[in-house]
Design a protein around this ligand. Structure first.
Ligand SMILES: [Zn+2]
Length: 245
C-alpha cells in the first residue's frame, strides 16, 4: 500500500488522474490477516468483476467465509481496486502496476550510479528498448499486437456455449447457461462491463460478430493496433554526442 503522503501528493498535484491501487500489493497486505489460496481467489475474483451485480455477488462470497475480511475490503474505495468502479474513458482494465515495476527493474543497475552516469545509462537503455520494440513490431504480420491476438483467440474459444438473440436494432441478447447479456453493437457496450472497460470485444460481443459473419479484427480498438503501437514507438530517443565528439 502506498503511503498516505504519496496519495495526498497525487491528489493535490494530479487531481484529474485516476488513482488505483495495485491489487497484487493490496492482496499481499490483506493476506497477512486473511491468508490462504481460497481467500486469494475470492479477492481476485472481486477485483476482476467488471459489473456491480457480479462484484456484489463476489463480496457476499467473501462475507460468507469471513465477515472481517469483507469489512477490511469494504473500507477501501471501490474505484481504487475493482474493475466495476474504474473510469471507462481510460480504456484500461489493468489491476496491477507491473509496468512501473518492470521499469524499476529495468533501471535498477543505473540507480546506484552517480547522477550523470545514471541519466546516460537510463537514456541509452530506453533508446535500445524503443529500437528493439520497433523492429519486433515491424516484423509482426497481424493487425493487432501479440497479447491482443492471444486474448481474442481465448475468448473466441468460449463462445460455443452462448446463444445470440437479435432484436432488429443494434442491440441484441446473448444468453449463457446462467445469464442474459445485452450487447449494443453501435455503442460497443456489453452489460457484462468488459467491452466498454478495455475497448476489446468481450466473449459475448465476439459471439454476436461471429453470428453476423463479421471479421472480428475490424472491431479492435485503435489502441490495440500495430499501427498505433508503431506510432507510439516512432518517438525515438535521439543519439547523444559524447563529451569530445
Ligand atoms: Zn460481454
Amino acid at each position: 500500500m502506498p503511503s498516505k503522503g504519496l496519495e495526498n501528493a497525487i491528489k493535490s498535484e494530479l487531481p484529474d488522474v485516476e488513482y488505483r491501487l495495485c491489487v497484487k500489493h493490496l492482496h499481499a497486505n490483506w493476506s497477512k490477516r486473511f491468508p490462504g489460496k481460497m481467500m486469494k481467489d475470492l479477492m481476485w475474483k472481486a477485483a476482476r468483476a467488471a459489473n456491480v451485480p457480479y462484484f456484489e455477488y463476489r463480496m457476499q462470497r467473501i462475507k460468507n467465509v469471513s465477515v472481517e475480511a469483507h469489512e477490511a475490503l469494504n473500507r477501501i474505495e471501490r474505484k481504487k481496486w475493482t474493475r466495476c468502479a474504474f473510469r471507462l474513458e481510460k480504456n484500461c482494465p489493468k489491476l496491477v502496476n507491473n509496468w512501473a515495476e518492470a521499469f524499476n527493474v529495468f533501471i535498477i543497475k543505473a540507480r546506484d550510479q552517480s547522477i550523470i552516469t545514471m541519466l546516460n545509462n537510463i537514456y541509452h537503455t530506453i533508446m535500445n528498448r524503443i529500437d528493439k520494440e520497433c523492429q519486433k513490431k515491424l516484423r509482426r504480420k497481424g493487425v493487432g499486437y501479440e497479447r491482443i491476438d492471444e486474448v481474442l483467440r481465448k475468448r473466441e474459444e468460449k463462445i460455443f456455449d452462448l446463444f445470440t438473440r437479435p432484436s432488429g436494432s443494434p442491440r441484441c441478447e446473448v444468453t449463457s447457461a446462467k445469464h442474459i447479456f445485452v450487447i449494443d453493437i453501435e455503442k460497443r457496450q456489453c452489460s457484462c462491463g468488459l467491452w466498454q472497460l478495455g475497448r476489446l470485444p468481450c466473449v459475448h460481443s465476439i459471439c454476436v460478430y461471429k453470428s453476423r459473419n463479421k471479421d472480428l479484427r475490424q472491431f479492435i480498438h485503435k489502441d490495440y493496433l500495430k499501427s498505433t503501437w508503431l506510432t507510439i514507438y516512432s518517438d525515438f530517443m535521439e543519439p547523444l554526442r559524447g563529451p569530445v565528439f
